[in-house]
Design a protein around this ligand. Structure first.
Ligand code: GDP
Length: 194
């Protein structure tokens, strides 16, 4: 089926966070993990989400409506960008945590993890917060085309106990080759429709 991702709104402050009663699936990851590329790949468009010419500069929450199913993919700002001021980082952490906390429409969060990096502190902090809050995690290893099969196996082995997940639920993704795209779409639709 042909699906569409349509940018409906971009918000910058807590006051703008009022939402329509539609299911939401958030997507998060460290800055430069390949989030914009993945959204563009899902949408089948080159420039829907900006890819980072200036990493860490996308400081908004972007609500993409998925059609025809009608639920939101919510693009959260990338974290871990070193050049942000402490104050700015705190402001954005506050917005993200407020968004994730007590959000009755949030069905799950897709966590993007760079397949070339071992587990990073900020990823582990976010994962442990989500587990505490009982928010369902959909883990995705990005840029898989850059790794050998051996490296992929090693990273999968690293991540599985941390994520406490089944190997079949860890999605291996490449925006470059499209690997994992159908599997991620299917997961999104399953989660978004209930
Ligand atoms: P974001 O900061 O998380 O939105 O990351 P971007 O989507 O802007 O990607 C950061 C960099 O990684 C860019 O140079 C992309 O071209 C590159 N990139 C993203 N995804 C992939 C992928 O699947 N394969 C390869 N080889 N490069 C990727």
């Amino acid at each position: 089926m042909k699906r569409e991702l349509k940018l409906i709104k971009t918000i910058y402050t807590l006051e703008q966070l009022k939402c329509e009663p539609l299911s939401q699936i958030a997507i998060a990851g460290r800055s430069n993990v390949g989030k914009s590329s993945l959204i563009n790949c899902l949408a089948g468009q080159k420039k829907l989400a900006k890819t980072s010419s200036s990493p860490g500069k996308t400081r908004s929450l972007n609500f993409y409506l998925i059609l025809p199913e009608k639920f939101y993919l919510v693009d959260l700002p990338g974290y871990g960008y070193a050049k942000c001021s402490k104050k700015e980082r705190e402001k954005w952490a506050n917005l993200i945590y407020h968004y994730l906390n007590n959000n009755p429409y949030l069905k799950a969060i897709i966590i993007l993890l760079d397949s070339r990096l071992s587990p990073q502190k900020l990823d582990l902090e976010l994962i442990s917060f989500l587990e505490q809050e009982n928010i369902k995690i959909v883990p995705v290893l990005t840029k898989i085309d850059k790794c050998t099969q051996k490296e992929i196996s090693r990273q999968v082995k690293n991540w599985l106990p941390i994520l406490n997940t089944d190997p079949k639920d860890l999605i291996l993704f490449s925006s470059k080759t499209g690997k994992g795209k159908n599997k991620l779409w299917q997961k999104l639709i399953d989660l978004g429709k209930n």
